[in-house]
Design a protein around this ligand. Structure first.
Ligand code: MN
Length: 730
């Protein structure tokens, strides 16, 4: 065939359809471009390469796709097989065409390894997820169909591999999209290469029974035509053998021979409207005895891919069983072209088409709903984008096994999915052959290789980025089982810090922790500390169950000395000059102690303040708050560890200010993927502080909230009355 003829043929097809003159010129431009770039290349068949894109375009023209898809059909192999740059395609044919070509090129790189049905289903999803635009799937299906049509030029082993892939992936994909025409041809071609003997046997039997089938159908037409005409119905009635693969599948499923298969013939009746479908059904049932249990109303209950028809089986002419399908022309379009029928209606612009438009959209909508995982169906319908699996990501092992994950999954999630032992031993990961941080988010189609050590050593910070329940619970479990002593110590020191050492020791002595442990379903106080240490419970959960620290006796902790004065806030400092230590910033309601200074009166510290360790006992004064409300405000510093998340600071600030407090300073930094927020808060007493801490603690993504002491450094700089200096200057 010469060039001129090749394009002329396409031009004729396009002219007979909805394509405009402008569309056809654009298609011709693409044809010439592809021909020039593929010149000199041959297919395995020995034909010039251009034959392939031309045939792919013809298949797509048959689906009446939009003109960009048609243009992309000509260009679909130029990025992969020629020197053409994406930029050139963009300049000559626009960005939409480039996206389609790049989409189909990307899909071409996917390697299938489909052993199990589940695996195959995942591939189909991956495929849809990666395609991003449904037209890319049409291109890929048309590409595969032409490759299947010309498969005889390939080596036998390759034929089998490609045919298997087609039956596992592409035919079901076409079925999912309702494109029966392509699905049936792909299945028959696959059968031809996978089970050649069966294929030719069925083909022969179908051919032998052709005359028989035709006379059966014409007898049927004869018998019903009078009633059909009398009802003013215009019907097209045809009879044909079902496609080979469906005959094969039925023989296999029911373990029967061709001769036992009674409904090889399918009679199809196409009418103008739904009412006529049921009228024709009535006419047929009045002439021929229906076979019980074989009637299916797919008009009232469409199939998942939105196929609609009435199906019935009857004892036909000469007592031959026949399957009859009755549908409208519109249903026929959907049955043949599936999702592609969308364009056929949308762009034809007839009144029927306008009417059909809404239905088509709801049809697409339903197709989308059909898959439970699908989100944003409405958006999808609007944009014709395939956002079907946007909340999922699919990744491979180097061996080609595929796993699906929630969005934002990381190599650690991947490792735990393979096996919890692999997860525990993970030390690093390669994505597509490159070393990446373990917190890297996986993309569709990534090949993930997990690097492991000999001994398990999971890390607690993994909990900050894993997204699967499986990974996080395995990590927590591991920490629960291992490092018990360490966890007990971490838990204890967290509690000490929170409660102050004195109070903690007092609680420990009183058996208060054992009580709380029992309440929280732990065996012992140590179990409770361990649970806190590995993050199973939180400080606030424990402290809320403890009795109030004020009730804990700290008498005798320090030398007693009582002074009388009119000072109302602190008992023991009546009438004396005093100031608050900046190192520990005590606030009303918590245990305090006074330190006598040389010339600045008494400095008030928290009883657990570290600076007290260097103070001689005789300089300490036993004091306490008169009450929790002093009508003054006090400043203290809180340290919050959080997930690295934008917007979290805002939540923290509002949690603080919701409690009627004031933030006097804030300092934010990040360390090892943990966000650290230190804020100075002005407030009235310990109860408010507890409320603030509890509020922050309850925010999602907050790991810990602690009240902290200012560092020794800042004490030196800021506190004139600090005890250490006095001590030294002695
Ligand atoms: Mn191709």
């Amino acid at each position: 065939m010469s060039d001129v003829d090749t394009f002329k043929e396409i031009k004729e097809i396009l002219s007979s359809q909805k394509y405009s003159q402008e569309d056809i010129s654009e298609v011709e431009k693409a044809y010439k471009f592809a021909k020039k770039n593929h010149s000199g290349q041959l297919r395995v068949s020995g034909e010039p390469y251009i034959i392939h894109p031309v045939e792919v375009a013809k298949i797509l023209a048959g689906l009446e796709v939009d003109v960009h898809t048609l243009v992309a059909a000509f260009l679909h192999d130029v990025l992969e097989d020629t020197d053409t740059s994406p930029q050139t395609i963009k300049e000559m044919f626009g960005e939409d065409v480039l996206n389609l070509v790049q989409g189909v090129t990307k899909l071409g790189k996917l390697q299938f390894k489909s052993k199990e049905e589940r695996q195959a289903e995942n591939f189909r999803r991956l495929f849809i997820a990666m395609a991003n635009d449904i037209r890319v799937i049409f291109l890929k299906l048309a590409d595969r169909l032409h490759n299947m049509r010309t498969l005889n030029f390939m080596a036998v082993e390759k034929q089998k591999k490609i045919a298997q892939e087609t039956i596992d992936i592409f035919a079901p994909l076409a079925n999912r999209l309702g494109i029966y025409k392509i699905k049936a041809e792909l299945e028959d071609l696959s059968l031809k290469y996978l089970e050649p003997e069966k294929y030719y046997e069925i083909a022969q039997l179908v051919a032998q029974t052709k005359a028989d089938r035709e006379s059966t159908v014409s007898e049927l037409i004869e018998k019903i035509s009078h009633d059909v005409e009398r009802n003013g119905i215009k019907a097209q009635i045809t009879g044909r053998a079902k496609h080979y693969y469906s005959i094969y599948a039925k023989m296999k499923r029911q373990n029967i021979t061709f001769n036992d298969l009674y409904d090889v013939t399918a009679v199809r009746v196409i009418v103008d409207d739904i009412k006529q479908c049921y009228e024709v059904l009535g006419i047929i049932h009045s002439q021929f005895k229906p076979i019980p249990g074989r009637f299916k109303d797919y008009i009232a209950m469409p199939k998942g891919n939105m196929y609609q028809s009435l199906h019935t089986s009857v004892i036909g002419p000469r007592s031959k069983p026949l399957e009859v399908q009755i549908r409208t022309w519109q249903m026929h379009q959907v049955a043949e072209y599936g999702i592609a029928a969308h364009w056929r209606y949308k762009e034809k612009g007839s009144q029927k088409a306008d009417n059909a438009k809404d239905k088509q959209f709801s049809w697409l909508h339903k197709l989308v709903e059909y898959d439970k995982e699908m989100k944003n169906a409405q958006d999808y319908v609007k944009s014709v984008k395939l956002d079907l699996f946007s909340d999922q990501v699919f990744a491979f092992t180097p061996g080609g096994d595929i796993y699906d994950f929630p969005k934002d999954a990381t190599p650690v999630d991947f490792a735990y999915r393979i096996h919890s032992d692999v997860g525990h031993k993970t030390v690093g990961a390669l994505i597509n052959g490159r070393i990446v941080p373990l917190s890297t988010k996986l993309n569709n189609g990534d090949i993930v290789e997990v690097l492991t050590s000999k001994t398990p050593a999971p890390r607690l910070d993994w909990l900050t980025f894993v997204v699967t329940k499986q990974a996080s619970s395995k990590i927590k479990q591991w920490f629960k089982k291992n490092n018990r002593d360490e966890h007990i110590n971490i838990g204890k020191s967290n509690l000490e810090h929170e409660l102050t050492k004195t109070v903690f020791d007092e609680y420990l002595k009183n058996g208060e922790f054992d009580k709380v442990a029992k309440i929280m379903n732990y065996q012992s106080a140590d179990d409770l500390f361990a649970a806190l240490g590995y993050g199973e419970t939180t400080l606030s959960k424990i402290t809320h169950k403890l009795k109030k620290p004020e009730d804990v006796s700290i008498e005798n902790s320090f030398k007693k000395s009582s002074r009388k004065s009119s000072n109302k806030d602190i008992i023991g400092l009546e009438g004396m000059l005093y100031s608050f230590a900046r190192c520990c910033s005590p606030i009303p309601g918590e245990p305090i102690v006074g330190v006598v200074t040389r010339n600045k009166g008494v400095t008030v510290h928290r009883v657990d303040c570290k600076t007290l360790e260097t103070i001689p006992h005789e300089r300490l004064m036993d004091i306490k708050w008169a009450g929790v409300n002093t009508n003054k405000t006090y400043t203290t510093t809180i340290r919050i560890e959080t997930a690295e998340k934008l917007g979290l600071l805002k939540d923290v600030i509002s949690a603080v200010s919701d409690n009627n407090t004031n933030i006097v300073n804030a300092n934010i930094k990040t360390k090892n993927h943990v966000g650290i927020i230190e804020i100075g808060v002005e407030l009235d007493n310990i109860d408010t502080l507890k409320k603030v801490i509890a509020c922050i603690q309850s925010l999602p993504d907050v790991y810990s909230v602690k009240r902290i002491q200012t560092s020794a450094n800042s004490i030196k700089k800021t506190s004139a009355s600090k005890p250490q200096k006095k001590h030294k200057s002695k």
